[in-house]
Design a protein around this ligand. Structure first.
Ligand code: ADP
Length: 740
């Protein structure tokens, strides 16, 4: 029996025993839709490799969790290698190129045979010689020693790490890398910042663990806007984000729409959650049932916030609402590389859930899952176990659901899709920030970032995105009331287990000497649309020393791995590429009127019916409304979101008879064709979702006779928007609706 099947068997046993445990503990059976455990429905054990941990264990010594060369880890690394060999023929074709480029030696395992093939690629040749090794272990060891001799320890500047310091230190120790707690005169390979890219301004090389602009981009309003743009283009694909309105600017639409809904159907009684823009940890959040309950302040005091449809039927466990904290690594923006941690956290409320009613609206321990709030409830359960208490591992929750017959493979696949789509929504603006802080000519540094996705599972198991944290807590201690009113930080095994894994494996992936995983390259074509995304572990080639002491990577590459499924969504990124091209002066984030004119002229978008005077008016109109929508923006000019609005408008005027998405694709193709080869041809080649334009549709002229009347917002506003609860979100039909 191969390693792989032994592992599957072990996992099945674990699930069985967990199922029994769960039975005893009593998962809220009404809350969990139970699918019959048919062969096709039951979780595919080969793809459930989440737990590097035993979810059924009740406690674990701290020391052990810091370095776990456990049985599971070995077998999963075995599986990865056999996955490689499965694609052996592809390796010879695809990996050859990579091997040649890298000039590395490598070994391949053949599943079930115990044989190891060893190959050497030549940097100057175009062949790979593969020969059976006499003694695979020995060969690997020799290979590893050569590598170890060549490599100097990776250096990490931890002087700005703040609250992630403890987990970072453990990670660096496990990797045998070199820490510089006070910084270093010479450059380090990696700089770990606790808050933002700008924590240390003097970095010109290496890698920083924060992207410029990520904090701004992920603030609640900005994030809602970015997702909304995608909802306009791809309403079905982006229905995982609750319908939201931006306050105070959209107060009127919000109240009108809700009034209409209630008038149409008196039985509908929705609830809304109001979140201040810059808030975190549940601060300032409250629930309302009517727009008149909004705590709006007049004038300059008006608080910028997002009001959002409240998900009334979340999935419950033990009658409690919970949410998922998933760690996601953006390894690179260009090319886009996304990894998801297979292990995450679940945070539980501390008061049994009831659907919102006027009586319970203010019960924060019932409705808000924030740890920072619930820790202060008398019911908060600190537990060293990963599967009990008010904070648990994601795998323990998934196992529990699996034991109840839930198709967790499907859930996981939906979560991965949600993550990729969300990242695709925010990447365009991140690229604008990136070029402003690190213009192409500047030596560096490059960036990566761990994000914290907060996800709620609805009763029907659909994942819903609540928010994305640019700076997720990496603390491995938790607050505990050691005496009445006295809180202290005490070690938290669950946090340590999850967070050290995420940081350590992020570092491993960012290791300057790290070689790209072959599997990711082989499968860059991805999976077909609609195909379920498997949960198997990520492959990473490691030296024998590492194999001996470190568990397999807990981060799984999901992009470019699933490029095929999601690339068609990257339309706004192509618009951003145009925007950046016309920004001109390095460091700019906004387009001036002249640059906007140049864009129109270069792309040949003006003519006798749409004169340059009309272009100027369009520019002024849109820019003015957007600066009203973003009163705190210091820079004048047209930002990306305003440019996207202008682009949608131009597309709508030019290709009237098409749907918005096709209009945008058509205009993009037109612009890119005018700009020549370097303008996004790459994008076009890989990203285009367009069908060829029907010949009958000729380029239509823009006729902006009265820009005030035909300005984008009124044009794109639906006279009456019907409001429906979350099952199907309507695309937003209005952007930046500050009417002057
Ligand atoms: P914060 O950044 O302050 O934590 P969140 O957006 O994460 O703000 O919201 C706080 C909590 O409120 C979430 O953890 C979740 O429990 C709950 N929540 C947020 N949005 C919704 C929603 N649309 N429906 C139901 N619950 C929500």
């Amino acid at each position: 029996m191969s390693d792989h099947y032994v592992k599957v068997k072990v996992q099945l046993e674990q699930m069985k025993s967990l199922g029994q445990d769960a039975e005893k503990e009593g998962v809220d059976a009404e809350q969990v839709p139970v699918s019959s455990p048919s062969a096709s429905d039951s979780p595919d054990p080969s793809s459930i490799t989440i737990p590097a941990t035993d979810a059924s264990s009740t406690s674990k010594p701290r020391g052990k969790s810091r370095s776990k060369p456990g049985k599971d880890d070995k077998s999963s690394s075995g599986k990865q290698i056999s996955d490689l060999s499965l694609h052996g023929s592809v390796v010879s074709a695809t990996a050859e190129k990579n091997l040649n480029r890298l000039g590395y030696e490598r070994t391949l395992h053949i599943r079930g045979t115990g044989k190891i093939l060893q190959g050497k690629s030549e940097t100057n040749g175009n062949y790979v010689t593969i020969h059976a090794s006499k003694n695979g272990q020995q060969a690997r060891r020799e290979d590893g020693f050569k590598l170890a001799r060549k490599r100097r320890p990776v250096t990490v500047d931890t002087s700005k790490a703040k609250t992630s310091l403890e987990a970072l230190k453990i990670s660096i120790r496990q990797l045998k890398w070199k820490e510089f707690p006070l910084g270093r005169r010479a450059a380090c390979d990696i700089y770990w910042h606790g808050v933002s890219f700008h924590d240390n301004e003097n970095i010109v090389s290496g890698q920083v663990n924060k992207f410029p602009g990520m904090i701004e981009m992920l603030r609640k309003i900005n994030m809602s806007r970015a997702v909304r743009t995608m909802q306009e283009l791809f309403p079905e694909e982006y229905d995982f984000y609750p319908r939201s309105w931006i306050l105070p600017e959209e107060y009127q639409q919000f109240s009108t729409q809700i009034r209409m809904v209630k008038e149409n159907d008196a039985t509908v009684n929705p609830t809304f959650i109001v979140k201040p823009d810059g808030g975190s940890q549940g601060d300032g959040i409250y629930l309302i049932r009517d727009p008149s309950d909004l705590k709006l302040m007049a004038g300059s005091q008006a608080k910028q916030s997002v009001v959002q449809e409240y998900i009334q039927k979340p999935l419950l466990i033990d009658k409690l609402k919970f949410d998922i904290r998933l760690y996601v690594l953006i390894k690179s923006l260009e090319p886009l590389e996304i990894y998801i941690a297979k292990e995450g956290l679940t945070r539980f409320c501390t008061e049994p859930y009831q659907e919102p009613s006027q009586k319970n609206l203010s019960h924060v321990f019932m409705h808000l899952t924030n740890y920072s709030l619930n820790v202060h409830s008398g019911n908060f359960v600190h537990s060293d176990s990963q599967s009990t208490g008010s904070k648990r591992t994601l795998s323990s929750v998934l196992y529990r659901l699996a034991a109840k017959g839930v198709d967790i493979k499907r859930v996981w696949s939906d979560i991965i899709a949600l993550v990729i789509k969300t990242v695709i929504a925010v990447v365009p603006e991140l690229k604008v920030y990136y070029q402003a802080d690190i213009p192409p000519g500047k030596p560096g540094p490059t960036c990566f970032q761990i994000l914290g996705f907060d996800i709620l599972l609805m009763k029907n198991l659909k994942p819903v995105l609540l928010e994305v944290n640019s700076n997720p807590s990496m603390r491995i201690e938790h607050e505990q009331e050691v005496a009445p009113g006295v809180f202290e930080y005490v070690p938290s095994p669950v946090d340590e287990e999850v967070k050290v894994g995420v940081i350590r494996d992020t570092l491993r992936l960012m290791d300057p000497g790290h070689r790209k995983p072959i599997i990711a390259q082989i499968r860059a074509g991805g999976f077909e649309h609609g195909e379920e995304i498997p949960m198997e572990a990520e492959s990473q080639e490691r030296s024998p020393e590492e194999i001996g002491s470190l568990p397999s990577l807990c981060l799984k590459q999901v992009y470019p791995k699933y490029t095929k499924q999601f690339n068609y969504l990257r339309l706004v990124e192509r618009i951003a590429a145009l925007f950046i091209r016309f920004l001109g002066v390095k460091g700019n984030m906004r387009l001036g009127p002249t640059a906007f004119r140049t864009f129109i002229r270069t792309c040949k978008l003006s003519n006798s019916n749409f004169t340059m005077a009309s272009v100027d008016i369009l520019y002024i109109d849109i820019t003015r409304r957007w600066s009203g929508a973003m009163p705190d923006s210091r820079e004048a000019g047209m930002g990306l979101q305003a440019f996207v609005e202008a682009f949608f408008y131009l597309a709508g005027r030019r290709f009237k008879s098409l749907a918005l998405k096709e209009q945008v694709v058509s205009l993009l193709e037109l612009c890119e064709a005018q700009l020549g080869p370097q303008s996004g041809v790459e994008y076009r080649r890989s990203l285009s979702c367009s069908r060829a334009l029907p010949r009958a549709i000729k380029a239509q002229t823009l006729c902006l006779t009265n820009p005030q009347l035909s300005s984008p917002a009124p044009l794109r506003r639906a006279a009456s928007q019907d409001y429906r609860l979350h099952q199907r979100l309507k695309p937003r039909t209005l952007r930046a609706n500050v009417e002057n």
